[in-house]
Design a protein around this ligand. Structure first.
Ligand code: GLY
Length: 305
């Protein structure tokens, strides 16, 4: 069967979108991920490699483009899940790795744990020789200083209300199905701008920010607290397991999520083990794209001009 890969650049208002850069980044992630997915590759390799490209773009809220917390520091969450084996790996509140998604993959492959948090996870990244994060970008630090000047500061800033107001793009991720019908999910984020230090969002929690089983894989983006409350990706994958198409499952899971958490809160991408796929969001935009091993590529979810 044909392999399929989906990626997204985050749900949000995308007020400050640079269309060309976003499209080029999505296409690069899709093409890189597809190479890791086809031939001797696998769904999990495709999803991780695609997410790594998005982390390395510097223009999205993950990896080297991550936003900062209330204290002005980067701390990131990431997760991966292989639907065929049912194994997941995740990291929370990490500061050391440039590519938290790679560390999450190592947690899945090298340990029998699922989630490792904070400085021990950073130590693991160091011991594994993973590349070091360069620290917040100048662009992110400039925005941070502007928000602090405007009085957006702690100790209990409502960071997710703020995220909605400021229209910050959120999180990156990928889902894939390989030629053997195995599905996988990968997600990575800098979290919410001005979050309380130590806050962990949905991207570290299986069933919330990412989920995969033998039927389907899904990755979520948006306000992490709301995604944890609705267990958005578990909900989407369960709908596929019950017989719905991936696109209907994406739409219905977001409708259910919206009824709990309201609009402007989340988006999801879904792929099923038979190669069917879809995406849905309740925000102004969620740039996403797909690529197939039989030569199709599409980009969607950009805000209207
Ligand atoms: N969706 C990412 C976060 O809220 O942390």
């Amino acid at each position: 069967m044909r392999s399929v890969l989906l990626v997204h650049a985050g749900a949000g208002t995308w007020k400050y979108l640079d269309r060309e850069s976003i499209i080029a980044t999505l296409e690069n992630a899709l093409e890189t991920g597809l190479r890791a997915l086809t031939g001797e590759g696998s769904a999990i390799a495709g999803a991780v490699e695609a997410t790594k490209v998005l982390e390395d773009s510097g223009i999205l809220n993950a990896g080297i483009g991550s936003v900062v917390d209330l204290s002005g520091h980067v701390s990131m969450d990431a997760g991966v899940m292989d639907g065929y084996t049912g194994r997941a790996g995740a990291v929370a509140s990490v500061t050391y790795p440039r590519n938290p998604v790679v560390l999450a993959l190592k947690v899945m492959e090298l340990t029998d744990h699922i989630l490792i948090a904070g400085s021990p996870a950073d130590d693991l990244a160091r011991r594994l020789g993973l590349e070091k994060h360069p620290g917040p970008s100048q662009k992110v630090l400039k925005r941070y200083k502007e928000y602090i000047m405007k009085g957006y500061s702690g100790p209990y800033v409502k960071s997710y209300e703020l995220a909605k107001k400021l229209g910050i793009g959120d999180t990156v991720g990928a889902v894939a199905v390989d030629s053997k019908g195995r599905v996988a999910a990968a997600v990575s984020t800098g979290g919410v701008m001005l979050k309380f230090p130590g806050r962990v969002g949905d991207s570290a929690i299986p069933g919330a920010g990412f989920y995969a089983n033998r039927a389907a894989a899904a990755v979520a983006t948006g306000i992490g607290e709301t995604i944890i409350e609705s267990f958005l990706t578990l909900s989407a994958v369960n709908l596929v397991a019950e017989g719905l198409s991936a696109s209907t499952a994406a739409k219905m899971s977001i409708m259910k999520h919206t009824s709990i958490s309201g609009p402007d809160t989340a988006g999801v991408i879904v792929v099923s083990s038979d190669g069917d796929f879809g995406a849905f969001f309740n925000t102004n935009a969620m740039p996403w794209g797909y690529i197939t091993s039989d030569g199709k590529l599409g980009i969607s979810g950009l805000p209207k001009k």
